[in-house]
Design a protein. Structure first.
Lengths: 86, 707
């Protein structure tokens, strides 16, 4: 993998744009149907890197979604610096 | 492993729709208040085509006699990944719908838009948008520009708040007079556009699309995305050429843009949904801070602990209401009389007494021995069915409470890291936990899982000691173990053996699936789970769920249990010389002796035939295991009867391991076959579970004999 960060390493409070999803068909489709696809902006609600078993919670479209670390580490993201404006 | 609704269920559905002047399908994402709206519209009088509760069920309800509503499972989209999506697709494709009613949850409207985009794009049917929970959303500071949304979609948008009755009459009036509006929504697929157009313009594809009331564009997009369900739908109609062409085009597209076509398609739809959201939804107030409950469940250590605590409390309540345990033991510490009263006046205790009374009243009027015997067997059978009602009811009600409040999803997330090592996702936690009360609703609740994981969970659940097995465990433990500490250790040990057997079985099934179906099956399931906001559960929703589940329980489980009781009674009463009142002259004795062979290696020679007979009877329902011993030994009290077996603690523990694991009871087996839709699997399973039970019985005996 290149130098692109994945969702799994983003700290809570950060806003990121999904660049690519390197997961299998099933997982990608499940993510898409919950509203996560390349181009989507999500906000990381909680991500405790000290506990590798805990999932990452993100907020998308006003809804919180828990994503397992396994899948999250296959979601390539681009951090956004702009503040919350919605 | 076909997980779509079967022909039988679709036949049921079509039958339930006879005499309907108008037929509407209610579609919405999970947790959108769809069931509430459905129940309010139809007055809660639904016919449920499958097991309700936290399950994939299809309900049919009506108002005005002939305006019919079909409540399809909650889905996020129209893919074919989850069981819910497949069932919803089957429903949409197989009934003569007049229109679809699409639900938007006003408290999180963005969530509903992807489904709306998918459905409007796919279905060539009139549609209507209904916004649910409008009042609550208003209070939360969420505003939907429903007129703008209506213009953008070309459909009317009706605002409702079902529990308060707002907008319900208006909606009924629209449904009565007919929904004729068609949406003009169109998804732009960007780079995939020319490939989709090329496929969609094929005349035979257009013809099939017309027959199915689907849009050719949507079919083409799904083909490019690699949707297997749509592929097989076309292949079954002889369009193999187009499917092959689509696969070629999909490959070409992948090479040209360097992205999975499925992602490209999904992304285009997400874009449309996002555009609708940003244009027509405004949030005035920021979302409130997470509650303390949210913070506890979200903590990496607190989450798993709180989840385990929640399971234990559900357990504690269900057990105490039904069997008095463990409250009776705790209370008996201070007041032995009160403890006993609790046990006697628990629901199961009262129902048991009721049937004993009935037997005492009826039996003296039957003069022939076989009449009395049969009547007693039938009453025992009915008694078992009735005795389970409170347990099933309490468990379903507690499930509905946990489910409706949003706690279930937190629990699943909290325990995912533990169960994922065994091939199960966090979503399996609740079914497994339910299993400690009763395996039957536990197996039914596996419908919340996707088809691959579901098989793992269905196979694992019967090893979880249910409350019926707990009865046997408590009798054996209190008879053969002397100190309270050794009793507690022994009982806990049995539960751990059961849990371990369940998890290992899930792992074995996962391995098998990976070997059988290849890498398309993920051995370790991934977690992607929406966390709906926590809120106090609605009493109405809990009541509806519980009532429907109980009616279904009586209908589907009552028959088989009753039949099983009659069969066992016949075996116990018929010997080589005809009717007999002495069990040791009956067919059951010979069968018991044959089965009893397996108990000989643990040194239980004298008791082995009784144990064998009990094992046979216990296959009907596990609590009969101890009763059979009582009947055979000729002592009316199970504790005294079991004591007469004269087992050592090691033998007793080994026997308990066997009883806990050997076969699921008939009720569980029936629902397992129902859920897996394969009888062959059930036979394989019986062989597997019995072998595992025997193996672990010998192992635990050998280990315990060392002390």
């Amino acid at each position: 993998m290149g130098s692109n960060p994945t969702l799994a390493v983003m700290p809570p409070g950060s806003r990121v744009r999904v660049k690519a999803i390197l997961a299998g068909w099933n997982a990608s489709w499940r993510l898409a149907s919950i509203g996560i696809a390349p181009g989507t902006v999500v906000e990381v609600v909680s991500n405790d890197i000290a506990y590798p078993w805990s999932p990452i919670v993100v907020r998308i479209g006003g809804v919180e979604v828990a994503i397992g670390r396994g899948i999250a580490s296959r979601i390539i993201v681009e951090p956004l610096n702009e503040p919350l404006n919605d | 492993m076909s997980a779509s609704a079967t022909a039988r269920e679709l036949g049921w559905l079509q039958g339930s729709l006879s005499g309907c002047r108008r037929i509407y399908a209610l579609l919405g994402a999970p947790n959108t208040g769809k069931s509430t709206l459905f129940n309010v519209l139809t007055g809660g009088k639904a016919r449920v085509g499958n097991w309700p509760g936290v399950t994939v069920s299809v309900s049919v309800g009506r108002f005005d006699e002939d305006i019919c509503l079909v409540d399809a499972p909650g889905v996020y989209g129209l893919g074919s990944v989850s069981l819910e999506e497949r069932v919803t697709r089957d429903v949409l494709l197989s009934i003569p719908l007049d229109a679809v009613v699409l639900l938007v949850d006003a408290t999180m409207p963005e969530r509903s838009l992807y489904l709306i985009v998918s459905v409007l794009e796919a279905l060539e049917k009139p549609a209507l948008i209904v916004v649910a929970k409008a009042r609550l959303a208003h209070a939360l500071g969420i505003h939907i520009d429903h007129e703008g949304l209506s213009r953008a979609l070309g459909l009317p948008v009706i605002l409702t708040s079902a529990l308060e009755g707002v907008g319900v009459d208006e909606l009924r009036e629209v449904l009565r007079s007919g929904v004729k509006w068609r949406s003009k929504l169109r998804v732009d697929y960007g780079l995939a556009e020319e490939y989709i157009n090329r496929l969609a313009s094929d005349p035979s594809l257009a013809r099939v699309a017309g027959e199915l009331h689907l849009s050719a564009r949507w079919i083409a997009a799904q083909l490019i995305a690699g949707d297997d369900h749509v592929k097989s739908l076309l292949e079954s109609r002889g369009l193999t050429g187009i499917v092959e062409e689509a696969e070629r085009l999909s490959e070409e597209l992948r090479e040209r843009v360097g992205v999975e076509p499925s992602l490209l398609i999904a992304q285009s739809r997400v874009r449309v949904a996002e555009r609708l959201a940003s244009s027509y939804i405004v949030r005035k107030k920021p979302r409130s801070a997470p509650t303390w409950l949210d913070r506890v469940f979200r903590h990496p250590v607190g989450g798993p602990l709180a989840s385990i605590a929640l399971i234990f409390s559900v357990f504690l309540v269900a057990f105490s209401v039904n069997t008095g345990f463990p409250l009776n033991v705790i209370v008996a510490h201070w007041s032995p009389g009160l403890g006993e009263a609790l046990e006697n006046y628990s629901l199961s205790g009262l129902i048991g007494e009721g049937f004993e009374y009935l037997k005492a009243v009826i039996l003296p009027h039957l003069h022939r021995a076989w009449e009395a015997g049969l009547a007693s067997a039938v009453l025992d059978g009915v008694g078992i069915v009735a005795g389970f009602i409170p347990l099933v009811g309490t468990i379903v009600a507690l499930t509905a409470l946990v489910e409706d409040s949003g706690l279930f999803t937190r629990m699943a997330v909290g325990l995912h890291p533990i169960v994922s090592r065994f091939g199960l996702s966090g979503r399996s936690v609740y079914p497994l936990a339910l299993g400690t009360g009763c395996n039957v609703p536990a197996v039914l609740s596996t419908r919340i899982l996707d088809p691959v994981e579901k098989v793992r969970a269905v196979f694992a659940i019967p090893f979880i000691p249910c409350s019926a097995r707990f009865i046997v465990i408590s009798i054996f433990v209190s008879v053969f173990f002397k100190t309270p500490l050794s009793q507690t250790l022994a009982a806990t040990g049995i539960y751990l053996v059961g849990l371990l057997a369940a998890l290992i079985t899930a792992r074995i099934v996962a391995r098998y699936q990976a070997w059988r179906y290849g890498s398309s099956v993920e051995e370790e399931p991934q977690l992607v789970m929406e966390l709906p906001p926590l809120h106090p559960p609605s009493g109405k929703v809990v009541w509806w769920t519980t009532r429907n589940a109980l009616l279904e329980y009586l209908k589907k489980i009552g028959g088989p249990i009753l039949l099983g009781a009659i069969v066992i009674w016949s075996l116990l009463s018929i010997g080589p010389h005809g009717y007999t009142g002495d069990p040791t002259e009956s067919l059951a004795y010979y069968i018991g002796r044959a089965i009893g062979v397996i108990f000989e290696p643990i040194g239980a020679k004298g008791a082995s035939w009784i144990l064998g007979l009990a094992a046979l009877a216990g296959a009907v329902a596990k609590e009969i295991f101890a009763d059979t011993i009582a009947v055979t030994v000729g002592s009316p009290e199970p504790h005294k009867a079991v004591a007469m077996l004269g087992l050592t603690p090691a033998q007793a523990f080994a026997v308990l391991v066997f009883v806990t694991l050997y076969v699921p009871c008939i009720a569980t087996l029936v629902v397992m076959i129902n859920e897996l839709r394969e009888r062959k699997l059930a036979i394989v399973y019986l062989g597997y579970s019995t072998s595992l039970a025997v193996l672990l019985m010998y192992t635990s005996y050998a280990l315990l004999s060392l002390f």
